[in-house]
Design a protein around this ligand. Structure first.
Ligand code: F6R
Length: 369
């Protein structure tokens, strides 16, 4: 069942190229029109949506953060991302023109179910992105886009996360097409670009041994900080969450721009800081700013582990360790950038002799509020 791997988590990390490919498969009809799996809302209603609120918990919520960048850029609709349990217990401003997107691997997370019910009571339409056919959230939603990651057994989410991000790109492209923000050629080139992602994910998994070596040497560290900007900010938070839940190490993810507003005070000799660097070929000021963040923490004694694109030489003077990722457009980069962080947490927990499939105090699906 573990496909020759020592743990389900490792197997599921290795399943990720397939999870992305399967989630992409068969999404466009013969005319190149994208489609959802289930649609119980009129498309004319979706054309009039003026706000999107993504609700989810944990890792699924980080997929929602990535969705915000893509959907706002492609569809020019404001997107808010909120933890489902926070959304539920305030008075969110939602009406018939709000699309609530609920992301859940299990479809049974009680916090998210309650938020979905609350949104529908206020008249909002709910679209579910879910990995489990026939579970509660897709059954109660007005529309569904299934992720095809296959069953996820390890408690910590990995392949479902990549599939969720993939589904979010598809949703963005679907809405952009429906609302006339993107046309045939643009959609096709986006789908082509997405189609190259499974191989890129596989390439990063190919560096597992090197990542495991670095992780083994760090089994005794008390704390790790993760920094990222733009779409790499949720990736940083996900990297920190994986390390907390698997290795029981204090970890925090920050938006790199926040560093000077407080967190930089945490940096002293030997503090491990993981920095996710955006593509130097993308928006250049973003890349330059993150490189200078690496310099800032390094100058204060931090040991830096840098996730950077192949060929990015600017990071070399400031990196103690570099994990390379293939060249990828900035918006799609979370799919590759998170993989070294998953492997890092998995191997660090393994080096500590911990049960990576069943971390203490956690359940695979949180069916209580
Ligand atoms: C983290 C993790 C959790 C889940 C969260 C939501 O590794 O697995 O944070 O992502 O509990 O679960 P679903 O997606 O089933 O709603």
């Amino acid at each position: 069942v573990k496909g020759g791997f020592a743990t389900f988590m490792e197997k599921e990390i290795h399943d990720q190229p397939l999870a992305v490919a399967d989630t992409l498969r068969g999404r466009a009809d013969a005319e190149g029109r994208l489609k959802l799996d289930e649609l119980r809302i009129d498309e004319s209603v979706l054309r009039l949506i003026n706000k999107i609120i993504v609700i989810a918990c944990g890792t699924a919520a980080y997929a929602g953060h990535v969705a915000k960048y893509a959907i706002e850029l492609w569809c020019r609709i404001p997107v808010e991302v909120e933890l489902a349990h926070e959304f539920r217990y305030r008075d969110p401003i939602v009406d018939e023109k709000t699309l609530v997107v609920a992301i859940s691997q299990s479809g049974e997370t009680m916090d998210t179910i309650m938020a979905v019910r609350h949104a529908r009571e206020q008249g909002a339409k709910v679209l579910a992105i879910c990995n489990t056919h026939g579970s509660t959230i897709p059954r109660e939603a007005d529309a569904v886009l299934y992720t095809h990651a296959g069953p996820e057994v390890a408690v910590a989410s990995t392949k479902a996360f990549l599939a969720q991000i993939t589904a979010c790109y598809l949703l963005g492209a679907y809405l952009a097409q429906l609302r006339g923000n993107m046309f045939g050629d643009e959609i096709r080139s986006l789908l082509d670009e997405l189609g190259t992602m499974p191989d890129k994910v596989a390439e990063v998994i190919g560096s597992e041994e090197e990542i495991a070596r670095v992780a083994n040497d760090l089994a005794d560290v008390p704390s790790v900080l993760f920094l990222g900007r733009h779409v790499a900010f949720p990736v940083a938070m996900e990297g920190a969450l994986k390390l907390k839940e698997l290795a029981y190490i204090h970890a925090e993810g920050f938006a790199a721009g926040e560093l000077k507003h407080g967190p930089i005070a945490l940096i002293d000799e030997g503090q491990i800081v993981v920095v996710i660097v955006p593509s130097p070929r993308g928006r250049n000021e973003l890349h330059a700013k993150v490189v200078s963040n690496i310099q800032e923490v390094r100058a204060r004694g931090a040991k830096t582990i840098v996730i950077a694109e192949d060929g990015d030489a600017d990071v070399e003077p400031y990196a103690d360790v570099i994990f390379r990722i293939p060249k990828t457009p900035t918006l799609l980069a979370p799919l590759v950038a998170v993989v070294p962080l998953q492997l890092f947490a998995c191997h660090l927990a393994g080096a500590k002799g911990l049960d990576v499939d069943q971390p203490r105090n956690l359940a695979k699906s949180v069916t209580v509020e």
